[in-house]
Design a protein around this ligand. Structure first.
Ligand code: NAD
Length: 437
């Protein structure tokens, strides 16, 4: 099938590449000229495991092309995906201007039937808006479909190729058939393609993300309470997670959720509720608790250093909002680092993939290390913000030799409290006994 993907970011590039992998001819369109030039030169512009192999293979096979021209994309394709940004607007709602501006252009330009598929995360009723916007100018038939994306950055290729389910909101039978044909190769293990109306599909995405953000946040509250009463969140987590009604995933406490999706999607659902005179009280609490959680290590650091963070030097491990990505959007590390800088500390930082993105935002206010141990020299403590695998079993003797004193503030509970006590570290983590030697 002939496909255009408009917007070639984390979602669009993975979508385009994976659809090419199943034999479709795909043009990825983006307004970012530099990005398109890079892709044309065979460079994957984001870090996403396993994407490079598929990217290269499908370019070679002539199934994956790149363009800055919407016209070229529309001329080529019968199926048009919108994978455009829907960032948070000032009032917390989703900014639909990218989607609606492109829809307007599509309406003016299409001359034959197309299925326009919205893959971006959008509030209930957006399909209808897209439909009306295109219809204002369209001279031919078209259908609009809602097809929210559930891929996780860091696992995006796997998630796209082997989805647990595919959600499709489509009222037109013709569009339903096309969507089924398009996605059948991805559900050979009989995971379901769930057909529903457009509004339910749109809401499914917000509901899923808000539920997951709530699960994380609930566990963070339990962790904070563990510290008050001397319980150990590791035990509580396992005790809860082994109940199959609860499940083991998304129960790891830490310094809050971030990323390009959870924060904005929770806020957008909260705002959509308000617009309908419905107060999502749970979401109000989730947002408030998560904001507090992002800097939850700070009071521990202040207490440990007698409220004198000015002049202290810290090593920071992990900057991306989660491991296996270079994405720093809404990363908890950013909030913690800004606060430490504000209090007059200096920071030497390392992340396996997110250094360039952090440099763009923080410039010369940080010291950038080439590798994880290079952050430690003369640091008053190590602070862990992201749970990359390479941080899980470090050489503790190197840590001891390089840090001024062996002190770790761990926002992701990477190590056993007992082990670190034995290694001779002061170790302060989340929801467990703080070891202060
Ligand atoms: P992104 O910012 O990485 O990518 C968006 C791309 O669209 C950029 O490359 C940008 O240059 C391009 N763009 C902007 N305006 C354009 C235009 N007029 N024409 C062509 N290209 C244009 O965003 P993303 O993370 O891929 O997210 C896209 C959507 O998917 C959002 O609604 C997001 O909420 C949703 N989503 C994201 C994820 C994720 O993990 N990132 C997962 C599921 C859903």
């Amino acid at each position: 099938m002939k496909i255009a993907v408009i917007g070639t970011g984390y979602v669009g590039l993975v979508t385009g590449t994976c659809l090419a992998e199943t034999g479709n001819e795909v043009i990825c369109v983006d307004i970012d000229k530099e990005k398109v030039e890079k892709m044309r030169n065979g460079i994957v512009p984001i870090y996403e495991p396993h994407l490079d192999v598929l990217f290269e293979r499908n370019i070679k096979a002539n199934r994956l092309k790149f363009s800055t021209s919407l016209d070229e994309g529309l001329e080529h394709a019968d199926i048009v995906f919108l994978a455009l940004p829907t960032p948070e607007d000032e009032d917390g709602s989703a900014d639909l201007s990218y989607i609606l501006n492109v829809s307007e252009e599509i309406g003016k330009k299409i001359t034959s039937y197309k299925v326009i598929i919205d893959k971006s995360t959008v509030p209930v009723g957006t399909s209808e808006k897209v439909q009306k916007t295109i219809a204002k100018n369209a001279i031919c038939d078209f259908d609009v479909v809602s097809n929210p994306e559930f891929l996780r950055e860091g696992y995006a290729v796997d998630d796209f190729l082997k989805p647990e389910r595919i959600v499709i909101g489509a009222s037109s039978e013709k569009a339903q058939k096309i969507m089924k044909k398009l996605y059948d190769p991805f559900v050979r293990s009989e995971n379901p393609i769930l057909m529903m109306d457009e509004k339910s599909a749109e809401l499914t995405k917000y509901a899923a993300n808000s539920f997951l953000a709530t699960k994380i946040t609930f566990m963070n509250e339990i962790a904070n309470y563990c510290e008050k009463v001397g319980a150990n969140v590791d035990h509580v987590r396992v005790g809860m997670g082994t109940d199959s009604r609860i499940g083991k995933r998304f129960l790891f406490p830490g310094i809050g959720y971030g990323g390009s999706c959870f924060p904005k999607d929770v806020k957008a659902l909260q705002k959509s509720g308000k617009d309908q005179n419905y107060e999502f009280k749970i979401l109000d609490a989730v947002i408030e608790v998560n904001n507090r959680q992002k800097t939850i290590l700070l009071p521990k650091m202040e207490t440990y250093f007698n409220h004198q963070l000015k002049g202290k030097h810290f090593a920071i491990w992990g900057l991306a909002f989660k491991p296996e990505t270079d994405d720093i959007r809404e990363a908890p590390s950013i909030y913690l680092m800004k606060e430490l800088l504000r209090q007059g500390a200096t920071l030497s930082v390392f992340d396996p993939e997110a250094m360039l993105n952090i440099k763009k935002q923080f410039g010369d206010t940080l010291l950038y290390a080439d590798e994880m141990y290079a952050t430690l020299e003369k640091a008053d403590a190590l602070v862990i913000c992201t749970e990359w695998s390479i941080f899980r079993t470090p050489d503790f003797s190197k840590l001891k030799n390089n840090l001024k004193k062996p002190v770790i503030f761990d926002g992701r509970n990477l190590y056993s409290t007992n082990d670190l006590k034995q290694e001779g570290f002061s170790y302060l983590s989340i929801g467990r006994e703080d070891v202060i030697l």
